[in-house]
Design a protein around this ligand. Structure first.
Ligand SMILES: [Zn+2]
Length: 271
């Protein structure tokens, strides 16, 4: 159980996590709380979507969809990877979620198949992001878009102390046969083109959460330990921040900071 993030918290956590974003006018007050008489929160998880369209910003922020008033998410994520904050209050994105799946999200357990006999209103308690993609299985999520997507999910999880077990895809919660998100991804970190799956997104978010918010995925650099080196001195000279010695330790499965010897080969994370 957690209190929805304030505008200041949204800005802080996204900036720390390296998400580039802009603010859609009115996002700090826009929401469906007054219209429905139901306040947003407490929050229990994050729901991911694709837009199934193009140029969807206006619809997601203010235009809405037939019989579905906007906002249609908290964040819109276009192909550029520069997120747009459209709301921090109640948004119409989740619809009815299967209660058994919802319980698993709250408990951060493996999600079961939807039991449609009992539902909860996902708009009460789930953050939502609409990522621009036609959803036809051919339209490609750009590298920048997927990277921002992982960071956005991780930023929320990090803020609330959640693992990636708190994030889900609409296709996993919906009782109406939703299929989003899906589609090919251009690449991520060292990975080339791959097919979007929630399993992969959760793995990528959990990997991010093992690192500081400033971390970037991808290529490692080889380094040979010199006499007098410590993990701290290597991190300070090669990564520009001695405190990142923990990343080097983790990347090389080292048990403690003293466990290096001259001549030893290490992998260094991206600067
Ligand atoms: Zn959806």
């Amino acid at each position: 159980m957690a209190t929805p993030m304030t505008p200041a918290q949204w800005r802080a956590v996204l900036t720390a996590e390296g998400v580039k974003y802009t603010e859609y006018q009115g996002w700090t007050t826009r929401g469906r709380d007054a219209a429905t008489g139901k306040a947003f929160g407490p929050v229990h998880g994050v729901l991911n979507h694709h837009t199934a369209g193009s140029n969807s910003l206006h619809a997601v922020a203010v235009g809405g969809a037939p019989n579905l008033p906007a906002p249609l998410a908290h964040t819109f994520l276009p192909k550029s990877g520069v997120a747009v904050l459209v709301s921090c209050h109640r948004a119409n994105h989740a619809g009815l979620a299967a209660a058994n799946v919802y319980a698993a999200i709250v408990a951060e357990k493996t999600l079961p198949k939807q039991d449609k006999s009992k539902t909860v209103d996902g708009n009460d308690c789930l953050y939502g992001i609409e990522t621009e993609n036609l959803g036809n299985g051919k339209d490609v999520y750009t590298r920048a878009q997927y990277d921002a997507w992982v960071r956005w999910n991780a930023a929320i999880c990090r803020h609330h102390g959640w693992s990636a077990g708190s994030i889900a895809g609409h296709l996993e919660t919906s009782i109406e046969g939703k299929v989003d998100p899906r589609g090919p991804v251009e690449g991520y970190g060292d990975r080339g083109r791959f097919e979007f799956t929630m399993k992969q997104l959760r793995a990528d978010v959990d990997e991010r959460l093992k690192h500081p918010a400033s971390w970037s995925p991808g290529a490692t650099t080889p380094y040979t330990v010199a006499r007098g080196d410590t993990l701290w001195s290597i991190a300070a000279s090669k990564l520009g921040d001695g405190n990142r010695w923990k990343e080097i330790a983790e990347l090389n499965s080292l048990k403690d900071a003293d466990a290096i010897t001259p001549g030893q080969k290490l992998k260094l994370p991206r600067k």
